[in-house]
Structures are given as structure tokens and as C-alpha cells.
Write a protein that binds this ligand. Structure first.
Ligand SMILES: O=C(O)C1=C[C@@H](OP(=O)(O)O)[C@@H](O)[C@H](O)C1
Ligand SMILES: C=C(OP(=O)(O)O)C(=O)O
Length: 410
């Protein structure tokens, strides 16, 4: 049995940073994720004038309920979509002139539904180049609040940004959602807002957020369930047993449900109050699965799929085309490089059983292409990556951790 210490959740760390910055008082975040995305988020807060102290296992953030302490700031959001989508909403609640730019990768990703919603709330916001994309400028003068309609069919992060903003408005927000992907991420948002003293209410498609503000607290970040998926998939593939402490029945992250997919394929899965264990049984069956709720684990399944004894069909994942890269296309392309038969449609991917042969994976700067096909590489020595370092986005130590796990003798 191998016990794996998985680094903190990117999504929980990003929300915790926003909430601490917006809270009245000083918050301590325990075991935050230190990676390019979350360090970029923390640096964004520093650029906006917040005091953020980063010790190895605890970050302390001094909040400013009135909005960013700086009067002007030029924030670089790197590749982090949480940074690039959440921070403009935080800035809008304050007063000042704030600019947000991003890497070429993040500049390509959609932002329009969020920026249109902010404008509908009266925020003076201008895209400097392409409409609906970074870079953008916010001339912030506080947000009164009110009613909104939002299409979050491309990304739930648009809704999360507005929900996080709600308690900071003068009158609160009432958001009616016409479409929504990645629902479990919204549940993380609501749960964490409550942990910081806010009182959001969901009634079907309508989210109501009263103008409560936020209270500082001490908050422990749980391990990243998307990161854990590579280790769980490795166990299912190799017949070994992996236990991840800190991801149990009370975990916030929907991506832990990836273990349900592995169970359906034949792996043995046990979830206790505070840990999840996956053991491979030597059998991996094919299946058809909807991954709309847990699409960050789509590449993990795609990379494992050739070893199943029947086809694996992944459905309802159109929005993976607007992530770090077009993931449906990238997964199919990389599987074909390995000699595996893979077909795609607008929102699905089907993979046929096969024996992958060594090839170079075209990562397209996507951390998940590397971490996913590292699972395939457990059975296919000789697989290489054109940019192995892009794992820095969420797990800089991935290669060392995965090799330690691979070489461990149980
Ligand atoms: O809110 C979040 O922290 C996230 C939401 C999801 O994005 P979408 O809602 O765009 O699918 C997920 O893919 C991303 O890695 C993190
Ligand atoms: C889609 C992802 O990240 P983000 O949207 O937060 O950049 C991811 O981590 O797989």
C-alpha cells in the first residue's frame, strides 16, 4: 500500500485567497498549493496592494473589505484562469484603475460572459484588444448589485467570480443561470463563502447572495482531487493500492468522483471519512461516461482508456475545448501518436483498446497532457513530452512524486 501526499487544491487555494483578501481581518491558509497558478494569484493580490505572507505550509493574508488597497495596479494573471476571472471581480468591488493581462494561452480563453455581466452591474470595464478576452481594464467605483442573467455553459468560473463578488456589493446579487458546466466547482464556491461568513442561497438556477461581507478565519486547504486522479489511475492500471489522505467523504471537490469512474471500470475503491484508497484488480472494463461535472479528469481517463478491454466513450465535455488547449483534440491527437484509435465529436471522445507504442506527446503547454500521459507511460516506456515542465501550473513536483510512487516497493 502506498500513501501519497497530494499538494493542496488549486481551486480551493484560489478561492481562499480571494475570500481572505475580501475579509475583515487576517486569515491563515493552511497547506495552500504552491504552484504557478496559485503563486500567480497571490502575486496578483500583492500587486493590488494586499499583504500576503507566504511561509512553506501557511499563507497569511490581510483583508481589505473596501477593495484593493492600491489605487492603480497592472496584474499579470499568467496561465491561471481562476486568477484572470476572479481577480477582476474583486477589483470591481473597490475603487481605482486596474489592468489585467494574461499569457498568450489565457488570452485565448473566453471571458466575455463574465465581463458582460460586470458591465451590466455598472462596472466600467474595457477590453484593450479582443472583445471578451484579456487584457482588460477596470475603472472600479464599487458595485451596487442587483439582478443578473448569466450563461456559464463555457465555464463555471464566470459564476464563481460573480458569487464571490456578491457579499461585497452594496445590495447583494441575484444571478439566474441559463446554462452551467462544472457544477461541483460552484458547490465548492458556496461552501467556502459560508466558511468565510457569507450566506449565499441556491434555488435551482437562481443564486441569491446577500451583502454580508466576509469574516477572516483559519482555513485548511484539502489536497487537489484532480492531481490525485493520476495516482488513482496509476493504481487502477498497475494493480497496486494507493491511499490519498485528506480526500474522504467530506471532501469539497467533485473531481474525487473520478474514483467512481475507476470503480465502474473494475477498480476497488474505498472512501472513508478522511481518505480514499484505490486498488487495481487486474481488470479494466470499457464504459460510456458523462464527464460534464468533472472534466479536468477527462484527459486522465483518455490516457488510461487504451488499456480497457472495451471502448471508452467520454461525453458532454465540449468546454474542455476552451481550457489550457483544445483538450478533446489534444487527447485524440496524442492517442493517435501512440498508435491508438481515437475519434472525437463536438463534445465527445471515443477511445478503442490498443497497445500504445512510444512517441512524443505534444503537450500544447497543458499540464494535464503531461500528467495524464505519464499514466500511459507506466505501461509504455519511451513516451516523452515536448514540454514536461508545464506541470508547474498546478504541480511543479509532479515528475519526482510520480517517479517515487512508480519506483516504490509496496
Ligand atoms: O472554479 C474552478 O476552480 C475551476 C473550474 C473548472 O473550470 P470550468 O468551470 O471552466 O469547467 C475547472 O476545469 C478548473 O480547473 C477550475
Ligand atoms: C482547466 C484548468 O485550469 P484553469 O481553468 O483554472 O486555468 C485545469 O487545471 O485543468
Amino acid at each position: 500500500m502506498t500513501v501519497i501526499d497530494i499538494p493542496g487544491s488549486k481551486s480551493v487555494t484560489a478561492r481562499a485567497l480571494f475570500l481572505s483578501a475580501a475579509a475583515d481581518g487576517t486569515t491563515t491558509l493552511l497547506r495552500p498549493l504552491a504552484s504557478d497558478d496559485t503563486e500567480g494569484f497571490a502575486e496578483g493580490l500583492t500587486t493590488l496592494g494586499y499583504a500576503v505572507e507566504r511561509a512553506p505550509d501557511a499563507w497569511r493574508v490581510t483583508g481589505s473589505p473596501a477593495g484593493p488597497p492600491a489605487a492603480t495596479a497592472d496584474v499579470h494573471c499568467r496561465d491561471g484562469a481562476t486568477t484572470g476571472r476572479f481577480l477582476p471581480a474583486l477589483a470591481a468591488a473597490g475603487r481605482g484603475d486596474f489592468r489585467f493581462d494574461a499569457s498568450p494561452q489565457l488570452r485565448r480563453r473566453p471571458l466575455g460572459p463574465l465581463t458582460r455581466a460586470l458591465r451590466a452591474l455598472g462596472v466600467d470595464l474595457r477590453h484593450e484588444e479582443a472583445e471578451g478576452h484579456h487584457p482588460l481594464r477596470v475603472a472600479a467605483a464599487g458595485v451596487r448589485g442587483g439582478d443578473l442573467t448569466l450563461d456559464a455553459g463555457q465555464s463555471s468560473q464566470f459564476l464563481t467570480a460573480l458569487l464571490l463578488l456578491g457579499p461585497l456589493t452594496a445590495e447583494g446579487l441575484r444571478i439566474t443561470v441559463t446554462d452551467l458546466v462544472s457544477v461541483p466547482y460552484v458547490e465548492i464556491t458556496l461552501a467556502m463563502m459560508r466558511a468565510f461568513g457569507a450566506e449565499p442561497v441556491r434555488d435551482g438556477d437562481v443564486f441569491t447572495v446577500p451583502p454580508t461581507g466576509y469574516r477572516a478565519t483559519t482555513y485548511a486547504i484539502e489536497p487537489d482531487a484532480s492531481t490525485a486522479s493520476y495516482f488513482f489511475a496509476a493504481a487502477a492500471l498497475t494493480g497496486r493500492e494507493v491511499t490519498v489522505p485528506g480526500l474522504g467523504t467530506g471532501a469539497l471537490q467533485g473531481d474525487l468522483r473520478f474514483t467512481d469512474v475507476l470503480r465502474r471500470m473494475g477498480a476497488h475503491v474505498v472512501t472513508t471519512a478522511d481518505a480514499t484508497t484505490v486498488r487495481g484488480t487486474g481488470r479494466l472494463g470499457g464504459l460510456t461516461v458523462t464527464m460534464r461535472d468533472i472534466s479536468d479528469t477527462m484527459p486522465t481517463l483518455a490516457a488510461l482508456a487504451p488499456f480497457a478491454d472495451g471502448p471508452v466513450r467520454i461525453e458532454d465535455v465540449a468546454n474542455t475545448r476552451v481550457k489550457e488547449c483544445d483538450r478533446l483534440d489534444a487527447c485524440a491527437d496524442n492517442l493517435r501518436r501512440l498508435g491508438v484509435t481515437a475519434t472525437t465529436g463536438p463534445d465527445w471522445l471515443e477511445i478503442h483498446p490498443g497497445t500504445p507504442r512510444p512517441a512524443e506527446i505534444a503537450t500544447r503547454g497543458d499540464h494535464r497532457m503531461v500528467m495524464s500521459f505519464a499514466v500511459t507511460a507506466l505501461r509504455t516506456p519511451g513516451i516523452t513530452f515536448d514540454d514536461p515542465g508545464c506541470v508547474r501550473k498546478t504541480f511543479p513536483g509532479f515528475h519526482e512524486a510520480f517517479a517515487r510512487h512508480r519506483d516504490a516497493t509496496d
